[in-house]
Design a protein around this ligand. Structure first.
Ligand code: NAP
Length: 505
């Protein structure tokens, strides 16, 4: 079956029904379950996907296993060319994909287009690895001997992704796995599988051989669990929440699989007393409330030096109250809906927790109702003044909620910044170059921005975090292929006799 149209519920959206994608075809799932993908701005159904079964995963894995030797033998440069063609296909449809992403996920149109661009950028960047996949040549201790390392694909990659970046995160994992020579079973998030399906279609159109990339939608507890536990899967690359990540890690550890984890964040922005406040204002608003705060790198803690605390906070509240919340397709809107009822309940729950633990609610703090809001899930951007030990200052809320904290000096600001379980992104605004360089050393995070917001990673730098944010793997950048390649050490002895390393004779 090809994805088929089920008619139009109105507007310019058409409901499409998909199958699971196995061996180069959209086919029926072996199960009966179907789920709807819903636009969080208005509750409209956008598409219908199968809730895949363990048997579907088995079929997808068989296809990936069958194709592995051929894809591994395909020269890496040819593998990269498929990514380049797919990047062009995405570019040709960037506008349409951006609108679809805004409808599927709820992020505003400029950010949605930016996310599609990120997928294009990454495919273009990682395609070049097809002409590198660097190993090393190393000196040897014996004469007439040569030593080097080569990279080989690890095997079948199981890729599991979250709903907040429905095309960028899949593109990071898929692009790096493909150029490395892995074949793939991919499970997108149940909330946002449409952009993942479009990515898969673009790669098929670009000439990816059938069976190299397979996609099975469905529940994490079924499809995800089957992928993680299958002995056929050599590497699991997972992005999502910490609790799920711990489960995935434990299952992978039981069978000694390679597991890459990209998990949550509680990202701080520090404003020192000499900060350029105008610049910082724009950055904080963007990082805290962009994507309605539903980014792993969102700024959810703002730590302000006491000398500028009151002044900056009052201006920030005024700016935040001026943000326009609404339809993500309207270019004048700053903040879209949060992704569905479950997210809405969780975020409102944290707002209640903040009030209960005595944080001072300074703006927002409620769901939006009335015309244009009732059919969707919109939360007014929220600011609390809190204390570092409060839950709203420690736990990932993943919504448009910012906790503001006061620090008496740089040392205290860094102590507060580091005093959480996470370590993904961080930011400091200061005009003092010495303090900026000190912060690079002191902040416990995989990413530090100087005079820039906590969001806005570029694809050519490694991306990932420390502490509970991940297991040490870094996506993107020159490290992207590490997850999907094994290093083999090779010794070539051309002496024509037995030479024994480390043994004196
Ligand atoms: P999630 O609930 O952990 O889900 C992530 C993925 O795991 C989904 O595809 C989910 O499937 C699947 N899953 C659920 N249970 C599973 C299981 N037992 N075994 C295998 N897979 C399972 O996370 P989310 O709510 O989608 O995403 C938000 C989280 O992702 C936040 O914590 C955010 O910080 C984090 N994130 C991190 C990064 C990063 O790079 N560090 C980037 C983006 C997001 P279903 O959709 O079917 O439940």
């Amino acid at each position: 079956m090809e994805p088929r149209s089920l008619g139009s519920p109105g507007g310019d959206s058409v409901v499409e029904e998909y199958g699971v994608y196995i061996n180069g075809e959209w086919v029926d799932s072996s199960g009966e379950e179907l789920f709807d993908v819903v636009n969080p701005a208005n509750g409209q159904i956008l598409a219908r996907f199968p809730g895949g079964t363990r048997e579907d995963v088995g079929r997808a894995l068989e296809a990936a296993k069958r194709m592995f030797p051929g894809w591994k033998a395909t020269p890496p440069a040819r593998r990269g060319e498929v990514l380049l063609r797919a990047a062009q296909i995405l570019r040709d449809d960037k506008d349409g994909l951006g609108k679809l992403l805004a409808r599927e996920n709820g992020k505003v149109i400029s950010e949605a287009r930016g996310e599609v661009q990120e997928a294009i950028d990454f495919f273009e960047y990682i395609a070049g690895e097809g002409r590198r996949l660097l190993g090393e040549t190393v000196a040897t201790e014996l004469p007439d001997k040569f030593a080097m390392t080569v990279r080989l694909p690890v095997g079948i990659a199981g890729l599991i992704t979250p709903w907040n970046f429905p095309i960028a995160i899949p593109s990071w994992k898929i692009g790096a796995a493909l150029v490395s020579g892995c074949t793939i079973v991919f499970k997108p998030a149940t909330g946002t599988p449409i952009l993942g399906a479009r990515l898969v279609s673009a790669l098929a159109e670009a000439g990816l051989p059938p069976g190299v990339l397979n996609m099975v939608t469905g529940r994490g507890s079924v499809v995800g669990d089957e992928i993680v536990n299958s002995p056929l899967v050599s590497v699991v690359s997972f992005t999502g929440g910490v609790d799920t990540g711990k489960e995935v890690y434990t299952c992978g550890a039981r069978r000694l699989a390679n597991v890459g984890l990209e998990l949550g964040g509680k990202n701080p922005t520090i404003l020192l007393e000499d900060a350029d406040q105008e610049l910082a204002m724009e950055g904080v608003l963007f990082a805290a409330f962009g994507t309605a705060g539903q980014r792993c790198t969102a700024c959810s803690r703002l730590i302000i030096h006491k000398k500028i605390y009151d002044e900056f906070l009052e201006d920030l509240i005024e700016e935040t109250e001026g943000l326009k919340v609404g339809d993500p397709l309207d270019p004048s809107v700053d903040v879209g809906p949060v992704k569905g009822k479950e997210q809405e309940e969780k975020i409102l729950g944290y707002i209640d927790i903040g009030k209960e633990e005595g944080a001072k609610l300074r703006c927002g703090g409620h769901k939006l109702t009335g015309d244009g809001y009732d059919l969707g899930t919109f939360i007014r951007p929220t600011i609390f003044e809190g204390k570092p030990e409060m839950r709203i200052a420690k736990e990932e809320i993943f919504g448009p909620v910012l906790t503001v904290l006061e620090a008496k000096n740089y040392q205290e600001a860094v102590r507060i910044a580091n005093d959480v379980q996470y370590g993904l992104s961080s930011s400091i605004y200061t005009r003092d170059v010495n303090m900026a360089f000190r912060a690079i050393q002191d902040l416990e995070a995989g990413i530090t921005y100087i005079n820039a917001p906590t969001i806005g990673a570029e694809v050519q730098l490694p991306f990932g975090g420390v502490k509970d944010t991940g297991s040490g793997a870094r996506e993107a950048g020159t490290t992207a292929i590490d997850e999907f390649t094994e290093i083999k050490s090779v010794y070539v002895d051309y002496s024509g006799r037995l030479q024994k390393a480390q043994i004196e004779e």
